[in-house]
Design a binder for this molecule. Sequence first.
Ligand SMILES: O=C(O)C1=C[C@@H](OP(=O)(O)O)[C@@H](O)[C@H](O)C1
Ligand SMILES: C=C(OP(=O)(O)O)C(=O)O
Length: 442
Amino acid sequence: MSGLPNIKIGPFKRAQGSIVLPGSKSISNRALLLAALSSGTTTLKNLLDADDTQVMRNALRQLGLSVIDLADNVCVVEGCGGKFPVQNADLFMGNAGTAIRPLTAALAMQGGNYRLSGVPRMHERPIRDLVDGLRQVGAKIDYELQEGYPPIKILAADIAIQDVVRVRGDVSSQFLTALLMALPLVAKEPVKIEVIGELISRPYIDITLKLMARFGVKVACPDAQSFVIPAKTSDAVYQSPGALSVEGDASSASYFLALGAIGGGPVRVLGVGSESIQGDVAFADALALMGAKISSGEDWIEVAGVRNANGKLNGITIDCTEIPDAAMTLAAAALFAEGPTRLNNIASWRVKETDRIAAMAKELKKVGAIVEEGADYIVVQAPKSFADWKFPAQGIDTYDDHRMAMCFSLAAFGPNALQINDPNCVAKTFPTYFAEFAKIVS
Ligand SMILES: O=C(O)C1=C[C@@H](OP(=O)(O)O)[C@@H](O)[C@H](O)C1
Ligand SMILES: C=C(OP(=O)(O)O)C(=O)O
């Protein structure tokens, strides 16, 4: 599909089948970094092969690590025991938040000189709260173009660990994740990280803590806003667990689960289920609230149509602060619901791959939905009947946002075929999305 300007899909009526999910982006990039920082060799299984995890792998290789890709998404990482072999590097981070933010923090602990940059949109995505946190322990970081945004330069500095490091958590949880993973490298004494104000996207912090524990570092959480990192007892803080299997991606699952509701199902996703450590599995609960028939096991979730006799979902009002990514799928599923769907607490959408609230609103209107947007919410009302759907002759624009492309594949269950522009942007987290989609729709 590489480079295709657009694809035309649908109209479809049925979705049925099962899909083996690619590995979780969030777990893959954390596991790669922790494996690199640990002592010992780690064999990562079911690692996500996509743009976001390739930029992390390439950066680690540039930093002097051995990161070897084997067949079947197995990757072997030779840990460096906390000190990267290369102390000067210019690293390209694409548009991967889970790469640039944690790496910035880890690099700031190294005493070397590094530059991190990305695609133009990355240079519009905030990093100030992380830089402010790192400066509290003596890190020297300069903004190259615009204050508060990449590209950034990390300059060699002596890190002087403090008892308490404060960080804001209301723009992105990735800043806290980055500090949590990096500060153990230098914590001669226990360090408390205090979150100032609201902490959004909390389930991603739980992923961070669970993975750190797998690599031998246990963080205490005396209250919801405080995290205590233990004092290091040896130079190599992180210990390789030997092998680590990456779960399927719960955000990627959301598109197929929604298809199982609007296309009758059953559609089963394999790789995430009741045992998942990812917050986005809660998408299934939101879909159940909309009237979908859901069942699940340890590592699978299935959707078999909807409970309503008319075959439609119900509109709901829901707080999305814990499922920022899968929440986009709810906005698209709302095209097949009776009554409005209101998604609250989604301000962070505005600083992700694109301004997702604006992009969603604009494209949903193109197919005939009635949409209201606010600073931190969106309300989506489906076209009243099939006759009220509009046909966007120029297609649906995707804004270089993988989730826009994947969400709008759902809209091919309306009355018209649909053109999706620049579908290849799914490569950020799910390069084979449209091939997998084609296998289950008719
Ligand atoms: O830590 C992570 O793996 C992520 C955290 C979330 O970002 P925010 O914390 O910025 O909401 C999420 O949207 C992103 O896709 C992955
Ligand atoms: C927000 C996302 O990505 P990132 O990790 O770049 O923040 C996303 O995948 O939806």
